[in-house]
Design a protein around this ligand. Sequence first.
Ligand code: SAM
Length: 251
Amino acid sequence: MEVAFTEKDFYAEHFVPKDYLENYYSFSPGKDGANTLLRFSLDNLHQAFGAGGIKGDTLIDIGTGPTIYQFLSACESFREIIATDYADQNREELQRWLKRDPDAFDWTPVVKYVCELEGDREKRAEKENKVRSRGVQVLKCDVTQPEPLAPQAVPPADCLLSLLCLEGACKDLPPYHSALKNISSLVKPGGHLVLYTILDETFYMVGQRPFSCLYLRQEDVEEAVKEARIDFSFSVTDAKGACIVVARKIC
Ligand SMILES: C[S@@+](CC[C@H](N)C(=O)[O-])C[C@H]1O[C@@H](n2cnc3c(N)ncnc32)[C@H](O)[C@@H]1O
């Protein structure tokens, strides 16, 4: 299917958080593709932020959408979490979960999965409390701008996460390279970047609506990271269309 580029304002108007969450984060039987990708990201985030892994004071996540799965391992290693997104409705959905609104999406199966990876040393409720205890700020962000969080002032990040955002926000490789440079300005010299990317895709569905996805190969992502003067560390792929790049900003 050919899908025209979906601009940020298309996200603001048409991205339905609950549809997205149901499609990709419900761990439902019959959603094998989505479940496999979700496990791949949770396993690798567990590795990245687990014992001996990346840690620090401030973690900034770029293009958080309505999701919290990316904070379940990281909350053990960071004192402060800053979540960001362009679309108001995504930031609102995130706030619902943070405020324990009964209408918030139910992350229980995903939280349980991560607790299991951690050897069940924490129960689900404790894990959720820990994420909430990180004083999560939820800010507006635009990766197409040289200062993606302006005019909001944030401390430089010890670690910058961005999961499944840039390939949706960028039409082509040159804007992808620019967006990566824009967001990497938020990382401290010596700080980490963790990038989770869908490969070899041109669109994804949110409910019945297609959203464009920049076609990327693993080497395109690695090249963009190097060009942004971020010292490439390593990347892993599940060989089924996703990769995680872990890198460190050159001092
Ligand atoms: C596919 S979702 C990914 C959400 C989440 N990170 C995840 O892993 O499921 C893409 C997100 O990028 C956001 N986005 C799109 N254009 C953006 C832009 N220019 N700046 C910041 N966020 C943007 C969308 O609002 C959406 O929440």
